[in-house]
Ligand binder design. Structure first.
Ligand code: IPM
Ligand code: MN
Length: 358
């Protein structure tokens, strides 16, 4: 199969981690007889520097003309402490999600046997935790009307949701619940927010259409607690954009590191595969960033964009083997020997080649 992949490394550690994912993709392609063709594009701060636009038309075209997008991260400290900046790297990522119609961000949270003791949470609580967080990605406060008034001394962001946006993300979540353990938790703040009451109302309307799935409702503050006191409760969790952003960072400590969580952003046009972590500028160029989240995002790319399940599995097995063998970056090294970003990427790619040599 020919795989046309848009390669958008972005900023900070983005380029180094995407490079490792590409090694894994190439190893899989060589073993399974596929051909990956990469087109390079700019997004984020690097695109502002080059085009004055964090998501230039050229990058958009390139994404539209590809079968999948492999994305790293965006963000640069020079914008972080300047609230007056007119254009920001993060706008590039938001524009990409919006223009490609990627309304669902699938963030699986799993534990690795060899890492359960590394979680800051008690081992018996996290061992076996396995759930999917479905984060709505193109609505809510991220995209609702925002602004300032009173000479800039009052600011607002609107948490706007339309019925069709809620219906489609719930439908997709139910579909995933059906393929898993048939348990959907709708996370909201319906005791306070009107937008949440609409979410809950629509979920209650739809639930009877999925009698084989158990639906329950949980306030986001309670869900935040449940994630650390009993994460095994969850199977599929669906929530709005901002809550999903916050809860999935929190959930990363179940697996042991932010550097492990992969995601797929799917919807109308080309899907984007991206780690959930950010650009980690302090680590950029130092060969210390954990490439696993991006490598696992590449596994999701094989599965979700191309329906190539064995290929995705080959990557997952290699990642699990690297963790077991202690071939890990410093975030997981526990003071023991740490490997560099590139060394981890090379190890995983060679493992894939050796195990799947046809
Ligand atoms: C994420 C990131 C982004 C978000 C930022 C970089 C805009 O934190 O993908 O979770 O808030 O969605
Ligand atoms: Mn985030």
């Amino acid at each position: 199969m020919k795989l046309r992949i848009a390669r958008l490394p972005g900023d900070g550690i983005g380029p180094e981690v995407v490079e490792q994912a590409v090694k894994a993709v190439d190893a899989v392609c060589a073993s399974f007889g596929h051909e990956a063709e990469y087109a390079h594009g700019f997004v984020g701060a690097c695109a502002i520097d080059r085009y004055g636009d964090p998501f230039p038309e050229e990058t958009f075209r390139l994404c539209m003309d590809s079968d999948a997008v492999l994305f790293g991260a965006v963000g640069d400290p020079k914008y972080d402490n300047d609230p007056t900046a007119k254009v920001r790297p993060e706008q590039g990522l938001l524009a990409m999600r919006k223009k490609l119609g990627l309304y669902a961000n699938l963030r699986p949270v799993e534990t690795f046997k060899s890492l359960v003791h590394k979680s800051p949470l008690k081992e018996h609580l996290v061992d076996g935790a396995d759930f999917l967080c479905v984060r709505e990605l193109t609505g809510g406060m991220y995209f609702g009307e925002k602004g300032r008034r009173d000479d800039g001394d009052t600011a607002y962001d609107t948490n706007l949701y339309h019925r069709y946006e809620i219906e489609r993300i719930l439908r997709l979540s139910y579909d995933y619940a059906r393929r898993r353990r048939r348990h959907l938790t709708v996370v909201d703040k319906a005791n306070v927010l009107e937008s949440s009451r609409l979410w809950r109302q629509i979920a209650q309307e739809m639930a009877p259409q999925y009698p084989d799935v158990t639906t329950d409702y949980m306030y986001v503050d309670n869900a935040a607690m449940k994630l650390v006191t009993g994460p095994k409760f969850f199977d599929v969790m669906v929530t709005e954009n901002t809550f999903g952003d916050i809860l999935t960072d929190e959930a990363s400590c179940i697996s042991g590191s932010m550097g492990l969580l992969a995601s797929a952003s799917v919807g109308e046009h080309t899907s984007v595969f991206e780690p959930i972590h950010g650009s980690y500028p302090q680590a950029a160029g130092k060969d210390i960033a954990n490439p696993v989240a991006t490598i696992l995002s590449a596994a999701m790319m094989f599965e979700y964009a191309f329906g190539l399940m064995d290929e995705g599995k080959a990557i997952r097995e290699a990642v699990a083997a690297s963790l077991e063998a202690g071939v890990v970056t410093e975030d997981l090294a526990d003071g023991g020997p740490a490997y560099g970003t590139a060394a981890v990427g090379d190890w995983i790619a060679s493992y894939i080649s050796e195990k799947n040599n046809k």
